[in-house]
Design a protein around this ligand. Sequence first.
Ligand code: BG6
Length: 301
Amino acid sequence: MQSLQHVNQQFALTDKLQFSQNAHGLIIAEITSAQASARISLSGAHLLSWQPADLDTPAIWLSEQANLIPGKSIRGGIPVCWPWFGPHPQDGTLPAHGFARTSQWQVTHSGIANDVITLGFELQSSDSNYPCSARLEYKIGPQLELTLTTHNHGSQALTISEAMHTYFHISDIADIQLQGLNNVAYWDKVSNHPATMTQQQAVQFSAETDRVYINSPQACTIHDPGLKRDIQINKTGSLSTVVWSPWYEKAERMGDLGANNGWRQMVCVESANAFDNTLILAPDQTHTLNVNYQVKKLDDF
Ligand code: BG6
């Protein structure tokens, strides 16, 4: 595991990128530029916050009850689900959403250009069933960009699923709309329906919602009149879009979404390859998933 001293010596960028360590030993990259601020945990290569400088409120939601402890999954931010999404396809005893989100990643590089900060991570799988590696590069500025590249190092075809499980900060789940998925078929994970449901119009929320929209490479927009902003999600290399709100009862059961109805201020819109869009990588093949988030103030239009 890289030490705090090592990452600061190798990758700090004067006052724009410094690494700190909390009381639990979690090392966090702290990014502050004229354009944006962000924090990324080395455990999980997990983004905890991102706020463009011209916004009053964060773009990304993090639970006030999030466990900022190495090796624990973190509620909120951007968990990286890899090399499987949801329950493991064969072995239900393995952790949901794969091991990447609770693994210690290595920092590989950092840089700055036009006040946009780049920070790169790598994870080599030590699971013999997954002879592969992941590289994840963040670009942090007025837009947030993540590029996740999977490489199959094995001699057999490798099946993986994945998601950037992003928790967006919103005004209120009942008041937003998710646009861009009109006419797209989805699996409804709440009712266990097969993918025969088809989205009509924008997605609106009035109950627990847990859906995997398949064959959905298109951009989406979270329209949030309460915060007077749209969050635009553009992606490549992702054919699925997961949309999740736990709503009241599941939030109660989960117990880590924060007091004061914390679940109302979040929605997950996940750029993924899952279900029908699960990937099969040939030996030595790579696959790259790229997502870009941009917040547009509605006053700008
Ligand atoms: C979503 C899934 O991606 O993640 C949900 O579609 C799941 O079914 C949610 O409940 C949270 O998962 P976890 O493992 O972080 O509690």
